[in-house]
Design a binder for this molecule. Structure first.
Ligand SMILES: [Zn+2]
Length: 260
């Protein structure tokens, strides 16, 4: 069995602050990356115990969200920028794991919630429905026939994922109190749960229904800054919707992901 882990940094236990923990100039950024990497390595231990033979890991946090020195020895790491979708993900994979994810922008109590870019994007819609990275990436994998079988993150990220895949295996790393506060698991407990859930998720792969969204696709982005919309609207195939929104259309989610 071949597994693809898409990782982020905002859902890691102990991580609750953009300015101090997740931005590249944050004082505790290196510590956040270590916390994440140790959870990912525990998750990979579980995935291998469950019987997977190959594990890819894509670092999805914009400025980088892992400390390579601490990464599990068996991980095949997809790293660096620019990374163009679908980043090596294809029909040969049996399952997608979403590690350390966050809920979409404007989610009540959503710890570090945002949609792709916390400093630029207000909201996103796919075919008329609000969507964030969780739903979009699950649907993108679904377009290759790959089911999303695991998510870890705060309780609002887990709830968002269950809206797409009700019986997904989960690790709730923290209960959100606000966008920048939470009741968090300790790092040691969170690693333990990641290992157990990784094994369980692999064992349950055949029970998970594929989540997919039928084409064609219309993706609307609402930006915080009007001037950025004007700039974006100059690109080919980008249509301005109103002062703050632009849209792109495609017959594939990869096409959306590459241009959004
Ligand atoms: Zn991130």
């Amino acid at each position: 069995m071949k597994v693809f882990i898409l990782g982020d940094l905002e859902g890691t236990a102990g991580v609750v602050d953009f300015q101090r923990q997740t931005y590249s100039d944050a004082k505790y950024y290196e510590q956040s990356k270590r916390l994440a990497t140790l959870e990912i390595s525990a998750l990979i231990d579980g995935i291998l115990e469950g019987g997977a033979s190959e594990v890819w890991f894509l670092d999805g946090h914009g400025p980088g969200g892992v400390d390579y020195e601490l990464m599990h020895s068996e991980a095949k790491m997809v790293i660096g920028r620019p990374l163009v979708a679908p980043w090596g993900l294809d029909e040969s994979f049996d399952a997608l794991f979403l590690y350390g994810h966050h809920s979409m922008a404007n989610t009540e109590r959503g710890v570090l919630c945002h949609s792709w870019n916390s400093r630029a994007i207000a909201n996103c819609w796919l075919n008329g429905d609000l969507i964030g990275e969780i739903g979009f990436n699950a649907a993108l994998a679904g377009s290759f026939g790959v089911p999303t079988v695991f998510i870890s993150g705060d309780d609002t990220a887990v709830t968002e994922m269950r809206g797409y895949v009700p019986n997904v295996t989960t690790v709730e790393t923290k209960i959100g109190l606000s966008q920048t506060s939470a009741v968090s698991l300790s790092p040691l407990k969170s690693r333990q749960l990641h290992q157990e859930a990784g094994r369980e998720a692999v064992e349950k792969v055949s029970e998970i229904q594929l989540f997919s969204i039928a084409p064609p696709y219309e993706f609307v982005t609402e930006l915080l800054d009007v001037d950025s919309v004007s700039l974006k609207a100059k690109q080919a195939d980008v249509e301005r919707v109103d002062t703050h929104k632009f849209k792109i259309c495609s017959d594939t989610l990869v096409g959306i992901a590459q241009r959004r």
